[in-house]
Design a protein around this ligand. Structure first.
Ligand SMILES: [Zn+2]
Length: 66
């Protein structure tokens, strides 16, 4: 992908939307404390706040959880 393509506002908006959706899917379905580790350190691994917050949704969607 060249810089010329990203100057198109529609392509840029679409690319950002896809990246935001992938980030949301990772945070909701796959995160095991990695996203909060830079902020909370080891507490993010043991408390696992995002996992607990999205736990019921993971089971509802059949995502790997335990
Ligand atoms: Zn679970």
């Amino acid at each position: 992908m060249s810089a010329h393509v990203l100057k198109n506002p529609a392509v840029l908006a679409g690319t950002l939307a896809v990246l935001a959706a992938l980030f949301a899917l990772f945070a909701t379905l796959l995160d095991q404390g990695q996203l909060l580790t830079p902020v909370l350190g080891k507490a993010a691994q043991t408390a696992n706040y995002l996992h607990e917050f999205t736990h019921d949704g993971r089971h509802l969607l059949g995502a790997p959880c335990h």
